[in-house]
Write a protein of this length. Structure first.
Length: 318
């Protein structure tokens, strides 16, 4: 667990671009882990940072937190150079990298009191109770951390990052190893931090459905390079949808669609349905064509997910 807790400097909170990464690269001997990466995180974003294993996500996060030095490129946070203003910038950043770590035989409230003192931050006990309430742990404030579930420890870790009231929160795979209920609790907490606490959140995750539910903007990287960056909804809506078409007679549908513009877009056939990639505006046209040619259509089910988009983007970049 790596966490940053230092006294906060309000003078940094002036830029609408919270993170600005420009031509960032990191080389480890023969391995180019990050390659000319550029992106921007805006104030108020829940920014999804996506990529397959080995894409360079963790290396990028460690450069953002000044844990490792870039080979080249620049990092600005709150509009200022990280190299030149490291201490004051990190005073306004809360981060969890890997899993949070605590004194297991001490209660949650005592852990937060100790961590605040270690950081040199004077945090009143009522503020610590407020943070425990925010992350849904107020009723377990005096329970030993060894009795906590994995999801509760993750939420306590987020409470730790909030001790100094940072504007930017960096979370690296916060739902790893959690069951569905634990994932929902972390997801709800991220939304609450964004909407109610006005935090900017940089969220790295391989759980693509989770990013789709909480992030408003995102970047996908592969082999250390940016593949695409932008608004989540716009990126999803700009691409073809996978549509499952259920018909009463699949052989008739095959015959009718043969030699049409749609046939080569069909991905799979099964007993009474086929899967096809279509643009939004083509769905109604396909339905009309099938019906007018005697094919009874029982259902057209569009499937648009970040996972499909992610796979299509990273596959095309190989």
């Amino acid at each position: 667990m790596i966490s940053k807790i230092v006294s906060k400097d309000q003078n940094l909170s002036v830029s609408e671009n919270i993170i600005e990464i420009s031509s960032l690269s990191k080389r480890f001997k023969e391995v180019l882990a990050v390659n000319e990466l550029s992106f921007t995180v805006k104030r108020g974003d829940v920014f999804g940072f996506l990529g397959p294993n080995g894409a360079g996500k963790s290396t990028t996060i460690r450069m953002i937190l000044s844990l490792i030095t870039p080979t080249s490129g620049s990092i600005k946070i709150f509009g200022k150079s990280l190299t030149e203003n490291r201490k004051e910038i990190l005073a306004n950043v809360g981060a969890i990298v890997e899993k949070p770590d605590f004194y297991l035989y001490l209660p949650a409230i005592k852990n937060l009191e100790i961590l605040a003192k270690i950081s040199g931050k004077d945090v009143p006990q009522n503020r610590i109770f407020e943070l425990l309430e925010l992350v849904g742990l107020k009723d377990r404030a005096k329970s030993k951390v060894k009795t906590y579930s994995h999801g509760m420890k993750q939420r306590l870790g987020i409470a730790q990052t909030l001790l100094h009231d940072p504007e930017l929160i960096v979370l690296d795979e916060p739902t790893t190893g959690l069951d569905p209920q634990g994932m929902k609790e972390i997801r709800d907490l991220i939304i609450r931090l964004s909407k109610d606490e006005n935090k900017t959140i940089f969220l790295s995750s391989h759980i693509l459905s989770e990013i789709e539910l909480v992030a408003n903007r995102m970047i996908i990287i592969n082999k250390g390079s940016k593949i695409v960056e932008g608004d989540v909804n716009n990126l999803l809506n700009s691409k073809s949808l996978k549509v499952t078409v259920e018909v009463q007679n699949i052989e008739s549908a095959k015959r009718i669609l043969d030699n049409t513009k749609w046939y080569n877009q069909i991905e799979t056939f099964s007993e009474n349905k086929f899967s096809i990639k279509l643009e939004n505006h083509d769905i109604a046209e396909l339905n009309k064509y099938l019906v007018e040619n005697g094919v009874m259509v029982n259902a057209l089910i569009p499937v648009r997910s970040l996972e499909d988009y992610f796979l299509s983007i990273t596959s095309s970049a190989k």
